[in-house]
Design a protein around this ligand. Sequence first.
Ligand code: TYM
Length: 336
Amino acid sequence: MRPAMRVVSGIQPTGNLHLGNYLGAIVSWVKMQEEGECLFFLADLHAISMPYEPAELASATREMTAALIASGIDPDKAVLFNQSRVPAHAELQWLLCGTARIGWLNRMTQFKDKSGKNREGASIALFAYPVLQAADVLLYRATHVPVGEDQKQHLELARDIAEKFNFDTGTETFTLPEPYIGETAARIMSLRNGSAKMSKSDPSDMSRINLADDADTIAKKIRKARTDPEPLPESLDELNDRPEAKNLVAIFAALEQVAPQAILDRFAGKGFGDFKPALADATVATLAPISERFNALREDTDALDAILEKGAERAKALGTPVLADAYRALGLLSGR
Ligand code: TYM
């Protein structure tokens, strides 16, 4: 029997884990590992779709593994692995390329953002990236995929691919995955610009809070975060045209795991001079223990490698039968 809840999600091992990743996705991962069967992976195959430094990819993958464990992912509960160690991801991507339509991929906003003005010079991998992402979740018949808002379009594509594949082959090979997007922290914005998301690719380090930032750096980034001169209002509606203020309230609420209104109830009428130090304290209180665990784990590359190896074996065992079903559904004489 298939498990009632099969949770699958990934993160690219490029740069540091930042507060947007943590509040937007990882907090849900940690909760969901108590509720269902979970697979979480370092999307190292995705990382090669953009220019990158080969000599640094393996260590970035280990570092992100350490960051996830430090954030509360328990490799004994969740299956934790790096994507490139489970060849079925790449294999299934090719099988799904027969189903995915060029028109569907042309609509992907992330490709447009990342290729910018150089569309013709972008890699095929960057264009085909959402098909790999579909393979990532369909391979395990994921039911729930916890992500931030920016990944929603990719998951809708994964559903479209699954539906067309099942229809075209007259089978029920794939389960349609549901994106799971938390409310408060679905889209954490840059500290410098309330209309750009917090991102590891932003050239300004002041735009984001990294897991590895120390308390002084966090306090400085929050002190310098862009805001407006108005005091905090009583109701959330009044924040609608104040994107920077709205973002800081959302971050505070997500850190304290309360509704944004509860933060306004505390700070209504107060200015950012009162609000920012309290936000800095809350951020440090959440991140300091994570960063301490991260520093203890990151040097032990043998232990991290052993975790990833064991995770990959478990993932292979779960994905292999589904991959075999996909070969069979397509009529391939693969011997799988
Ligand atoms: P990535 O590595 O960019 O981000 C990892 C997770 O963090 C979320 N996130 C945010 N959430 C809220 N506010 C932000 N500012 C913010 N920035 C990032 C992302 O939504 C994501 O959940 N393509 C994916 C990785 C991936 C994947 C998958 C995810 C590959 N295969 C299969 C789910 C299922 C990516 O680049 O995420």
